[in-house]
Design a protein around this ligand. Structure first.
Ligand code: UTP
Ligand code: MN
Length: 521
């Protein structure tokens, strides 16, 4: 082995102090832990960067090896190499650790428990022994769990996905969402890039983000996005109900970056945007399951009072078991085909007369008007009669008490506003959808989400089963004859079967893996 250079020892800093970014001495947060990063194979600049990161997080990181050092951190050296180097020194730190212990501690913000895998082995771990993960490539083929073991990775990727979506870059958004969904499905935390070899949907860019986090505890791209003025302006402006990425982008180009600037600008706002601005704080506060259930009871009462026998299902994120959501979605039908016609305006009028709607806009269904078959999907946008509303929900003391104080999304604290002191209600976004019973199974499946799951289910049906799935129907593409300009034959065997049985069969047909416990992706 090449002899290692002997290091000159200098006395360490007296006392348990660290150095902050401005070079001032600050008390170390973890006085029992004094770190020394070995420069060998790590390199001087990476060592300086990692030391700085540690100090920023309140760790005491020494420049020189001294007797106060408790943890020696090394990267890419074997235990034997480090021990050989230590033999030439007079110091013997209590723990000889791999860089993985350091990056995990950075991520957690405190020294993590030292596990066997963190300790420097005499032989470098054979890469082949690292557990390599494997998952099916379509999200709908995966069992999705409520336990996400890789939140740091998925938070960063979801943030980059959101930023791409807000910037109207759908392709990039989907790529990041797919990567995040794959990592969310893994049974354990990722500790090394070699575990990801062969995993689907992890493109070059997503892998770069993962590598950055594994090595440095954070993704520099996600961090800088989080700080960027454009991302924050897009988030603030699209937080207004009725404002999409395109409108927000136009306003930003006109110099509008905040709600205040929007109000001062005198821009003409449509009715939805006016209502969105008026109820901004409430709408940007997550809706709890208890609130969703309370709204469900009110809407259901209105539905059955105007059409006895009508049925209503909670759909969207809450149907997947999410505890909070950005809105509440309901699907309404009637077991007798055709009885649902004209239902939506009556439900809306009823809720309006009861004072429950702060805003509503109903769009008529268009599946009957289309001349390309009753439900042939022209795009992913469905054609059901739909009502976008802002619901006025009375606050209940009991319900208010169960609300978490701070909620985060992608690791970013969601705008939290102080609840108005004396306002006895809050505004909640509510979507109502009406489907005829013959399309109910498809509507229920299509509206359960998540968006990525639905996209993957449709991709899988198309590519692997030669079928077209939409929220209206399932077509067998093989039955489409060339002369049939109206589109393929709808799977008519679905009619006459009870809707819940139909959905169950549909799900089984489309998924080789039984989905038991679904959770948001
Ligand atoms: P949401 O946007 O409400 O998402 O759409 P979510 O999954 O409930 O999550 P929250 O609300 O942010 O908590 C619900 C599902 O309805 C379908 C999509 O499949 C989506 O996942 N959907 C939504 C449509 O099919 N068409 C639409 O126009 C909107
Ligand atoms: Mn929803």
């Amino acid at each position: 082995m090449v002899p290692l250079k002997r290091r000159k020892l200098v006395p360490s800093h007296a006392g348990n102090t660290g150095t902050n970014l401005s070079g001032e001495k600050v008390p170390a947060k973890f006085p029992q832990v004094v770190l020394f990063l070995l420069e060998r194979k790590m390199g001087a600049s990476r060592r300086a960067f990692l030391s700085q990161l540690g100090r920023k997080k309140g760790f005491q990181v020494e420049e020189m090896l001294s007797k106060s050092v408790t943890h020696l951190i090394s990267e890419n050296n074997s235990g034997a190499e480090v021990r050989a180097w230590l033999d030439s020194q007079d110091q013997k730190p209590a723990h000889l650790l791999d860089i993985s212990w350091y990056t995990e501690s950075m991520r957690e913000g405190h020294p993590v428990e030292i596990l066997d895998r963190h300790k420097l082995q005499d032989q470098r771990i054979n890469e082949a022994e690292v557990e390599v993960f494997s998952v099916p490539s379509y999200a709908c083929q995966r069992r999705t769990t409520l336990d996400n073991h890789n939140t740091t990775l998925t938070d960063a990727l979801s943030l980059l996905a959101e930023n791409a979506e807000l910037s109207d870059e759908e392709g990039r958004g989907v790529a990041f969402r797919r990567a995040a969904a794959v990592l969310k499905a893994l049974p354990k935390p990722v500790t090394s890039m070699s575990q990801l070899r062969g995993l689907p949907c992890l493109g070059e860019h997503s892998l770069r983000v993962v590598k950055d986090i594994l090595e440095n505890g954070a993704s520099s791209e996600a961090e800088s996005t989080k700080q960027s003025g454009r991302y924050n302006a897009l988030k603030a402006l699209t937080g207004i109900f009725g404002v999409g990425a395109k409108t927000a982008d136009r306003w930003i180009r006109e110099g509008i970056r905040s709600l205040q600037q929007l109000q001062d600008s005198g821009q003409t706002l449509n009715r939805a945007q006016q209502a969105g601005l008026e109820h901004y704080d409430d709408i940007n506060q997550p809706v709890t399951k208890a609130e969703a259930d309370a709204i469900g009871e009110i809407v259901e009462r209105a539905v059955v009072s105007v059409l006895p026998g009508a049925q209503m299902s909670l759909i969207g994120g809450f149907r997947r078991g999410k505890l909070t959501g950005h809105d509440v979605d309901f699907l309404i039908t009637h077991p007798e085909e055709g009885r649902e016609v004209g239902l939506m305006p009556k439900v809306v009028a009823r809720l309006e007369s009861q004072g429950f709607l702060l805003y509503q806009k109903t769009t008529r269904n268009s599946y009957l008007e289309s001349n390309d078959g009753p439900a042939r999907p022209a795009s992913n946008i469905d054609r059901f009669e739909r009502c976008f509303s802002i619901f006025k929900l009375a606050k209940e003391e009991k319900r208010g008490a169960t609300q978490p104080e701070t909620l985060t999304e992608n690791g970013v604290q969601i705008l939290q506003t102080k609840p108005a002191r004396h306002k006895p209600w809050r505004a909640v976004r509510v979507d109502l959808v009406v489907s005829p019973i013959s399309q109910f199974a498809f509507a229920l499946l299509g509206w359960t989400g998540s968006k990525l799951f639905e996209r993957e289910l449709r991709r899988w049906a198309g590519h692997e089963k030669a079928m077209s799935l939409s929220s209206h129907a399932l077509y067998d593409n093989k039955q489409i004859s060339e002369s049939d300009v109206g589109g393929g034959d709808i799977c008519t065997s679905w009619f006459g079967v009870h809707p819940t049985v139909r959905e169950e069969r549909l799900t089984r047909l489309l998924s080789p893996y039984r989905r038991t416990k679904r959770s948001p992706i």
